[in-house]
Design a protein around this ligand. Structure first.
Ligand code: PAF
Length: 282
């Protein structure tokens, strides 16, 4: 990868990175198409990052099939390099040998981070490593993982990294379910109820756009929409500031807020979100 980066620098060819954990799907294809528009050379990294999984999470069960990913990328076209390092290359000596981590304790305490201690520290650290290795001018991430996107963008800003962080709209199934590698684990009944997530965040948009100004009322409405689906186990339904991820009490006109939800179907955790601009009511 470093040799390729040297070549790119020598020829002045622009470089975009799409970091992934494999199990590629239509959502990743949208990121890659955008990367293609950004740069003459596209790298897709495939690395299931152990440090972003907590104890009891699905690190070992996470789907891994590099041949299938390679085939999908060949079919899609436009990807110059698949960078799939071994875990010992990114973490020589293992997790214990890692002495320096990247984190934002404040932002990590919000939304998913509150329920997944250490997750965003793992994400920021591995993304910092991938950016340092690949030296891309731009890197593309999905807005489904909105907290991840906000924190990576903030990392790039606060650490003066030279990479432009680009976010791409969530790609959805026809019934609204946000596409995710974890959807493949859902049973038929769970899959039938999974659109409850998108319905909940769209309801939040509708309420805010039609004049609701209490974050608590919007959260309550999202919760009610979610628990209507009997197989849903609610983790959170929150409205926070879209930049800071901090709680908002009243919704101020002109402000951008994030309506975000996380639920479990048994052990399968799904998330969704909408960014909404609070309108000025005439
Ligand atoms: O979104 C993902 O797939 C991962 O969190 C990322 C950004 C590739 C870091 O491991």
């Amino acid at each position: 990868m470093r040799a390729r980066v040297d070549e790119l620098r020598a020829t002045g060819r622009s470089h975009a990175l799409v970091p992934t954990m494999g199990a590629l799907h239509a959502g990743h294809c949208a990121l890659i198409r955008r990367a293609r528009r950004e740069a003459g050379h596209v790298t897709v990294s495939v690395f299931v990052n152990p440090t972003q999984f907590g104890p009891g999470e699905d690190y070992l069960r996470y789907p891994r099939d590099l041949d299938a990913d390679r085939q999908l990328l060949e079919g899609l076209g436009g990807v110059n390099v698949i960078f799939a390092p071994d875990v010992n290359e990114l973490y020589p000596g293992g997790r214990e040998a890692q002495r320096v981590w990247v984190d934002s304790p404040g932002m990590s305490a919000a939304l998913c981070g509150r329920h997944r201690p250490g997750h965003f520290r793992g994400v920021l650290t591995v993304v910092a490593k991938l950016l340092a290795i690949c030296e891309p001018q731009s890197a593309v991430f999905g807005l489904k993982d909105i907290q991840q996107y906000c924190m990576i963008r903030r990392m790039a800003q606060d650490l003066a990294l030279p990479t432009r962080i680009i976010g791409i709209e969530t790609v959805r199934e026809q019934d609204g379910l946000a596409i995710s590698s974890r959807n493949t684990f859902l049973t038929e009944d769970q899959r039938a109820q999974a659109p409850a997530l998108s319905r909940a965040v769209w309801l939040a948009r509708e309420l805010i756009e039609s004049g609701e100004r209490s974050a608590a009322a919007v959260e309550e409405a999202m919760e009610q929409a979610l628990i209507k689906a009997p197989l849903v186990e609610l983790q959170y339904a929150e409205v926070v500031g879209a930049e800071t991820l901090e709680p908002v009490a009243g919704l101020e006109p002109g402000e951008k807020v994030l309506a975000a939800v996380a639920v479990f179907f048994d052990r399968i955790r799904l998330i969704d979100n909408e960014i909404v601009q609070v309108p000025h009511v005439c």
